[in-house]
Design a protein around this ligand. Sequence first.
Ligand code: ANZ
Length: 939
Amino acid sequence: MSYKFREIEAKWQKYWSENQTFKAENTSDKEKFYVLDMFPYPSGAGLHVGHPLGYIASDIYARYKRHKGFNVLHPQGYDSFGLPAEQYAIQTGQHPAITTEENIKTYRRQLDQLGFSFDWSREVRTSDPEYYKWTQWIFIKLFNSWYNQDANKAEPVSDLISQFEKEGNTKVNAVCDDDTPEFSAREWKGFTENEKQQHLLKYRLTYLADTEVNWCPALGTVLANDEIINGVSERGGHPVVRKKMTQWSMRITAYAQRLLDGLQTIDWPQPLIDAQTNWIGRSVGAEVAFKIKETELEIPVFTTRPDTIFGASFMTLAPEHELVPIITSADQKEEVKAYIAATAKRSERDRLADVNKISGAFTGAYAEHPFTKVQLPIWIGDYVLAGYGTGAVMSVPCGDQRDYDFAKHFDIPIPNIFEGIDISEEAFADKEKTIITNSDFLNGLSYKEATRKAIAELESLGQGKGKVNYRLRDAVFSRQRYWGEPFPVYYKDGMPQMINEADLPLVLPEVEKYLPTETGDPPLGNATQWAWDSEQSAVVSNQLIDHKRIFPLELNTMPGWAGSSQYFNRYMDPHNDSEIFSEKAINYWQQVDLYIGGIEHATGHLLYSRFWQKFMFDLGMVPYDEYAKKLINQGMILGTSAIVYRVKGENTYVSKGLIADYEVDELHVDVGLVNSSDELDLTGLKNWQPQYEEAEFVLEKDKYIVGREIDKMSKSKYNVVNPDAICEEYGADSLRMYEMFLGPLEQAKPWNTAGITGVHSFLKKLWRLYHGGENGQFIVSEEQPTKAAYKQLHKTIKKVEEDIETFSFNTSVATFMICVNELTALKCKARDILEPLAIIISPYAPHIAEELWALLGHKEAIATAPFPKFEAEYLVEDSKEYPISFNGKMRFTMELPLDLSKEDIEAAVMANDKTQQQLQGRTPKKVIVVPGKIVNIVG
Ligand code: ANZ
């Protein structure tokens, strides 16, 4: 019987689904193990072969852990809110829910066909109201919390209010807005309700604030920094301006230090830890206040180098700095205004990137140096960012390159206090004993001592203090989109109010159009039923809004990262409709043991989700403030693109070997049109795209050979390989094994479909190992296996177990191949070998393993069969292949037991026909026997 993989795979997928083989219970005597994948965004294009790489790896691990006796949670779901479905809706009018549902169907079919051991009974979809109810619920919890720096955790706003009532806010040590004013208990009590709410917003962990955003009027939305190229939108090339908009923000900065500290406690890849560390960007330094001449005003600056303060010769403020309009002198007003208008067009990223484009303007104002009392001119320049530190710097042109360039450009005098001294960051970090000169009381000190001294002196003047600064910014949480979670928020007298938790979910309303409204409101502004009846607790018609009982609802929606910040916990108890998850469920599953996903989420999802987990920990809802103990970033599978060469200005295409004689343009063509020898199917090409129909081709040896290039797999490069076709031709087990065989999990590696045949032949060989007989039927014997067969099996058990534990899945595949070759050569049909072999191979190739397991006579699925135990004794050698030499020349080998005496070895060698042939009747002078090593016959 041949290996009918299509039948076998369909049969077992059906079996697993009908028997709920992989359903995990929330109670078990077994130890738990939680294996998580980053859930997919179900895009219209479906999966390509690169997508399942991480899923295959995590599935192997999950299956392995089941064999090892664990109760494994391995869930899957969909990150199903998002932009592509919305854009498709804008173009076609098709409701995003419908497209999303269709795409999910495709994804589910594709995932099922790969034989993953997911517990689908726990599926979540972020766009499902039953799921986003809990995303909204966390939002409300964040709104009702503030960060107490003394307790170093989030606490209820109700506690903060009691404190305000008792003693005002002067003793409160909170992470709050910079412009939070001080007030006494009496003042607090005197505030109107609206004023109280305004003050509280400055403390809440999610708050409404006027934030500088990149606004693209043509697209009607805010854009992230990386969606803007050279000042215009990446999509469409529309102008982008910086604009203040009222937006929801998340006070993630409150958690900056804990987000850093937590990285030390988890087993995550170093590049990912580095990316988050840099993103959080902790800087230790000082905040120094510079007085502005002839005013009561001060400019606070943040500096990492207070030791250089005597080199400060001017100041630079970000153009957006709030003091700019106040301090600018009358005669500089025009210039300053023009400059501000010009820089508003540049994104923060451009401002940082264009170090050579020095620009700025003088404000006409002066600040006073805290020590020398010298007057320092105050400039504005866009190399100073409004959102970092205090948005102002003391400029030290002899110490800082950007300050130096700026001073040079505008001819600002550069006093050099560091003549001949290396003051680079490296020197600062390494050298304890370098001397600071020309700097009054800092003379003769090392950098570090000078830093300490400068801060102490500033403190005694009341003009500075030590300060730790983080590059991390609060995260803007509002999106002007339709297809996202609605905020559970309505507005009363302009202040946000939460709807009751009991009234969740607040379901996304229907709209006629998915575009922003004519008045510039987000798409939810098109909804006619989008008002909150605070008495009935219901969504009602906008026409009923009276601002007394019926209020307008929030029009923004939440960003993509909202839903993915809590799914790992929700999987533990996904159908609970009274709690986000039960105590029992979280106490049992605790946290994710292994999380596999892409590094591209390093400073997005993987940072935000850690923040939400820490918040949940502060609420006492979860036992760990890190949700994923170990994380692995799988490497990308790259596409092998196919290139044709078009003669410039002509419709002629030249084969690769001939291009030296032409001037050519390179074009990507569909990789499906190219065979494994890089030959292009010209008929196929002509049918593929009309521009090739009439084209001429210059061939070499009657063939058109394409160029090959390794690129990211993408539709635009026509190098996408669809797993459906591979499954159809070779089966899922071949695909799974081949993806692992491509190389180490964490490395990027190119896909090459031709290579899959090797793995496919291996599986056929595996199948044949269990078959034979006259008609090739299944055959297995009860005989005692040979020592050699045992040895092969146990070598394989050992290696595969070590490989899986260290996530080296690629080397296991090679080990299986060797094992099956050896057992085939040994003609091994023994049950005691073939049964354990089926189990160790089943995490990789589960369908064939299940089929063999059933043929072996088992009624239960292989999924929970115990992993075979490695026994070292089988690896102990008990015989030796002796090289038999004649006068020092090796002629043949002989397998002899290791426990033979010297005499017995000699006797056995002499009795061998081959020895007699070599001697041709002579009697050897001497026979040298070294037991366990060699035999040499002399004479
Ligand atoms: C004086 C000085 C002298 C500085 C010197 C550096 C070297 P990190 O490490 O990134 O925190 N700075 C402060 N706020 C800024 C802003 N909003 N935009 C641009 N630059 C800003 O860097 C902190 C240093 O970057 C600060 O220390 C300040 O320049 C500058 F020899 O102050 B320094």
